[in-house]
Design a protein around this ligand. Sequence first.
Ligand code: PMP
Length: 362
Amino acid sequence: MTQRAYNFNAGPSALPLEVLQQAEQQFLNFQNSGMSIMEMSHRGAIFEAVHNEAITRLKQLYAIPENYEVLFLQGGASLQFAMIPMNFLQADQQASYVLSGVWSEKAFEEAKLFGTPIIATSSKDNQYRNIPNLTDIQFHEQDAYVHITSNNTIYGTQWQEFPNTGEVPLIADMSSDILSKPIDVRQFALIYAGAQKNLGPSGVTVVIIRKDLLEKANTNIPTMLKYSTHADSNSLYNTPPTFGIYMLGEVLKWVESQGGVAEIAKRNEEKAKVIYDAIDNSNGFYYGHATPESRSLMNITFRVADEALEKQFLAEAKAAGFVGLDGHRSVGGCRASTYNAVPLEACVALRDFMITFQQKHQ
Ligand code: PMP
């Protein structure tokens, strides 16, 4: 077997080795059909079973209640930024957005095309180092919905607790922490996530939507951009990304085989702690970007205090086989994305590398 990289990419990112091996094995002749999964009809029995199993598995893993639909869409999380207000915001309505990073800003900007988004609170003044305090979030009874980003991929912050918005539907972009820990889906009216971090390859967007929302949606919008179109046709209105859905299903099987989301969450805590400890025990040689109480278990953002050394750190890490440690191009620094499929050994190897680098250079 070829050596697997220590893959800390922010997305697309590491997939479980077992899933890749399984896909490789099934690649040329899927279930004795004489063809790959990519070459068969999305309306045939084989694909349909794969598709339906993936939906069922996600419902089981996340304990998604009966009054929710699971949809597989395309266009990435970015299309959701537009689809949400297009479906649920009327021209004369307002919706509240919590700004906790650039992705929430983008969602907020798209909503301006359809109605009046309002900033519920923002941590921009603090360089998005923290998740805003629950008590600072202002939303209003007349809001069409409240929008949050549960994990901020660029800054390495993650909500620890979600706001109670009462009757107002709570919508969350969970692109970078979906299925990383147990959540109570009932707190949300809509959850969306691009698959390419915790769920599979890029090309599929998962939407979990409460059914009553579907009934309230605007109707004067293009067919493909209506959630109801996809809900009414079990996400098979048009040709879906069949290979991506197959891979997503395999990733879900893997999560199940690991003991489910609660077990994955324990492992994610352990993995992140290994790296945060290296930062916190470095006497300031490394320092974290996120404030400790907002730290993400998925994206660990940090700096090497000496800027020249930071460049050297990233170069040496790359040479040592660590992939994807550069911070997002908008903020610089370092970022280790430790999604579900990143093994503990990769985090331990990174910690050891950080400690050795510090010993050499301080
Ligand atoms: N939201 C979050 C939190 C993200 O991290 C990303 C991508 N990194 C996006 C939205 C955009 O996703 P996509 O590229 O699937 O449109």
